[in-house]
Design a protein around this ligand. Structure first.
Ligand code: SF4
Ligand code: SF4
Length: 289
C-alpha cells in the first residue's frame, strides 16, 4: 500500500508551489497528484506529457420540467441551499451553481417533475513528467474545484501506484479549508502545512491544523520566508510543537524564488539559498511519513 504525503496551506501564495515542486524533484518512486485544479503552477513546472485524457463529470444538479411542474412549491420550501426560485415567467427553476445535488427535491416532488442532470465540468489526465507520473485535472471555465474531483484524481493515483508498485503519492492540495481540502486530507498519511510568518498565517495554520486533527492525520509545519518576521516564526514553531505537529523547518526569503517560477523553473533547482533548508525539511517529512 502506497503512502500519501499531502502539502497544503491555509491560503494561496504561501510557498506551496515552491515546496511541492521541490518535493517532486527530491522524492523518488512516487506519483504526483495535482489536487489544486484552480492553479496551474504545478502543471507549468512539471511540464506533463499527457498520455491519457478523460472527461470529469461534476455535480449532478436538479432540473425542473416546467411542463410537468404543478407549482406546488414543495421543492422551494425544502431546498436548504436556496437553489430553487420562480422566474419572471412564473416557472420554478434551479440555480445550478447554488444546487448541491442533494437529490431531496427530486424525491419529494409529487409531480415527478425533477431530474438530476449530468454535467461535464472538466478533464482529468494521466501524464508523464521528468519527475514521475502525474495525475491532474483541468476545469472548464466557470467550474470550481470540488471534493469529487480531488477524490477522483487521488483514487486514480492509488490505482496506478498499486499497478506499478510505486511506494509514494505526493499530493499538491488546494489552499483553504473548503471541500477540496477536506478530500485532499482524507486518507493522507502525513500532511505538510506551509505557512508564512504573519498573524494571519498563524491563524490559517490553526484552522488547517484543526481540520487535520479531525481526520486524525499526522501533520508537519513549514514556515516560508521565516526571516521576514522571526518573532512570529518562533510563535508558529511553538504552536506546532505544543499541538502535536512535527516542526519540519523554515525557508528563507529569496526574491529569486518568484523569478524562478515565472521562468518555469523549479525554485529548488534555481535558487541556492533554499536548497539546504528544503533538503532538511524533506528528510524530516520522509522520516515522519
Ligand atoms: S415540487 Fe415539483 S411540482 Fe412542486 S414546485 Fe417543485 S418541481 Fe414543481
Ligand atoms: S438537489 Fe438539493 S440542493 Fe439541488 S435544488 Fe434540489 S433540494 Fe436544492
Amino acid at each position: 500500500m502506497s503512502k500519501e504525503l499531502v502539502i497544503i496551506s491555509g491560503k494561496g501564495g504561501t510557498g506551496k508551489t515552491t515546496l511541492t515542486s521541490s518535493f517532486a524533484y527530491l522524492m523518488k518512486d512516487k506519483i504526483i497528484v495535482d489536487a489544486d485544479a484552480d492553479a496551474a503552477d504545478m502543471y507549468i513546472l512539471m511540464k506533463p506529457d499527457v498520455k491519457k485524457k478523460e472527461l470529469f463529470k461534476g455535480n449532478m444538479p436538479a432540473r425542473i420540467d416546467t411542463e410537468k411542474c404543478t407549482k406546488c412549491d414543495i421543492c422551494k420550501q425544502l431546498c436548504r441551499f436556496d437553489a430553487i426560485s420562480i422566474n419572471d415567467e412564473g416557472n420554478y427553476v434551479v440555480n445550478e451553481i447554488k444546487c448541491d445535488a442533494c437529490d431531496l427535491c427530486r424525491i419529494a416532488c409529487p409531480a415527478d417533475a425533477i431530474e438530476m442532470v449530468e454535467t461535464i465540468s472538466g478533464e482529468w489526465y494521466e501524464s508523464e513528467t521528468k519527475y514521475g507520473i502525474m495525475v491532474h485535472a483541468k476545469l472548464y471555465p466557470g467550474a470550481e474545484n470540488s471534493g469529487n474531483l480531488v477524490t477522483m484524481v487521488k483514487h486514480r493515483a492509488h490505482i496506478l501506484s498499486e499497478e506499478k508498485n510505486i511506494p509514494y503519492i505526493l499530493v499538491d492540495g488546494s489552499p483553504g479549508i473548503g471541500c477540496p481540502v477536506i478530500s485532499t486530507i482524507s486518507g493522507a498519511d502525513f500532511v505538510v502545512i506551509i505557512t508564512e510568518p504573519t498573524q494571519s498565517g498563524l491563524h490559517d495554520l490553526e484552522r488547517v491544523k484543526k481540520l487535520c486533527d479531525s481526520f486524525k492525520v499526522k501533520t508537519g509545519v513549514v514556515v516560508n520566508k521565516y526571516d521576514l518576521n522571526e518573532e512570529v516564526s518562533n510563535k508558529i514553531k511553538s504552536f506546532s510543537e505544543e499541538n502535536g505537529s512535527v516542526f519540519l523547518g523554515v525557508i528563507p526569503f529569496d526574491k529569486s524564488v518568484s523569478k524562478a517560477i515565472v521562468n518555469e523553473e523549479i525554485p529548488y533547482v534555481a535558487c541556492d539559498s533554499i536548497k539546504k533548508p528544503i533538503d532538511e525539511i524533506f528528510n524530516k517529512a520522509m522520516e515522519s511519513l
